[in-house]
Design a protein around this ligand. Structure first.
Ligand code: NAD
Length: 313
């Protein structure tokens, strides 16, 4: 497949700007469509207020508000201007893919490309086919992800939240339950997440670690713990109430923590920089591991191996 040379991102908010930076960094000419006045400027990205009739982009990535009507109005414009020529990808986090695709004239060209915040930092992008997506569209989206130096996580069927948010929400739902019941504090939950669970997940993932620790004991732990987990089947009232009160986090000065008087933009910048350093370190470790698996550098392997013991099941 020839490399992608032109791409359009529709919606120049926090995600759209990151997506534009990512692909322009891979040498793809990016047009960023944003009706608002924005200060964003980046080499290789042309910012416009409206979709131009020409040239026809090879790939359109929609990153507008999380609202079905707004998104479908964008799809109608894309189909009117470019017919079924570009692959049309949505970055929706939660709207059902096949419902978004329902009114499309070219549903075979439509799929999801789900980026993580910040879009130009994380090493993976989920690519999700809808019920009517054709193989060629999937192949083109996967190729564009690889062209940008990222790993595609290809799901064969759309499920709400795709893969990563499903895992993340399962953990968060239980965290809200523990907070609401006064069993643990936000500080305790975050401390465990950053200093214990996070590092372990970085090294041995979710499932490999269980294989290494032994499934027998894990199956036994499941039998006693799983019946006691939060199984309400509804969004956490604890979280919904916080939002209803206006406690939405850094933006309002209060969420799980007190944020008033702090420089949110600076905190976000520092967190992003830290994340980038960590991802670079993990990438070097993965390469050292791969080299040692190939028998090239056993010394480095020893330095990057951590004990696989399991004290928290
Ligand atoms: N923020 C995240 O962490 C995150 C992560 C993954 C996916 N997403 C998804 O990405 C999408 C965008 O999220 P965001 O956080 O960037 O939102 P955002 O509010 O920062 O940006 C949305 C942008 O779309 C623009 N817009 C609205 N209508 C438009 C139109 N018709 N044409 C062009 N631009 C239009 C708005 O002016 C705004 O700048 C959503 O679907 C969201 O679910 C967000």
């Amino acid at each position: 497949m020839p490399p992608c040379s032109s791409l359009m991102v529709v919606g120049g908010g926090v995600m759209g700007q990151g997506i534009a930076r990512l692909f322009s960094g891979a040498g793809i000419a990016v047009t960023l469509v944003e009706p608002r006045e924005i200060t964003f400027s980046h080499p290789g990205v042309t910012v416009v207020r409206q979709m131009p009739a020409a040239p026809v982009p090879e790939l359109v990535i929609e990153a507008v508000f999380e609202d079905r009507d707004v998104k479908q109005a964008v799809y109608a414009d894309v189909e009117r201007l470019y017919e079924g020529r570009p692959v049309l990808a949505t970055n929706t986090s939660g709207l059902p893919l096949d419902e978004l695709a329902a009114p499309l004239r070219y549903p075979e060209r439509f799929l999801a490309m789900h980026f993580f915040m910040p879009a130009d930092v994380f090493p993976m992008i989920e690519v999700v086919r809808g019920a009517r997506t054709e193989e060629a569209a999937v192949t083109a989206a996967v190729a564009a992800v690889e062209q940008a130096g990222r790993e595609p996580i290809l799901l064969q069927r759309a499920v709400n939240g795709y893969l990563i948010n499903r895992l993340q929400h399962a953990i968060l739902h239980e965290a809200y339950h523990l907070l609401a019941d006064g069993i643990a504090t936000a500080e305790m939950i975050d401390s465990v997440a950053t200093r214990l669970l996070g590092p372990r997940l970085c090294v041995t993932g979710l499932l490999k670690q269980k294989d290494m620790a032994g499934l027998g004991m894990h199956a036994q732990a499941q039998r006693s713990i799983v019946p006691t987990l939060s199984h309400t089947g509804i969004p956490s009232p604890f979280l919904q109430d916080m939002v209803a009160r206006g406690d939405v986090g850094v933006r309002s000065g209060k969420g799980f923590y007190q944020w008033s008087g702090q420089d949110a933009a600076d905190m976000q910048r520092r967190a992003n920089a830290r994340l980038q350093r960590l991802l670079a370190f993990l990438e070097r470790e993965a390469q050292a591991d791969a080299a040692s698996d190939a028998g090239n550098d056993p010394g480095k392997y020893a330095a990057s191996t951590v004990p696989g013991g399991d004290s928290a099941r």
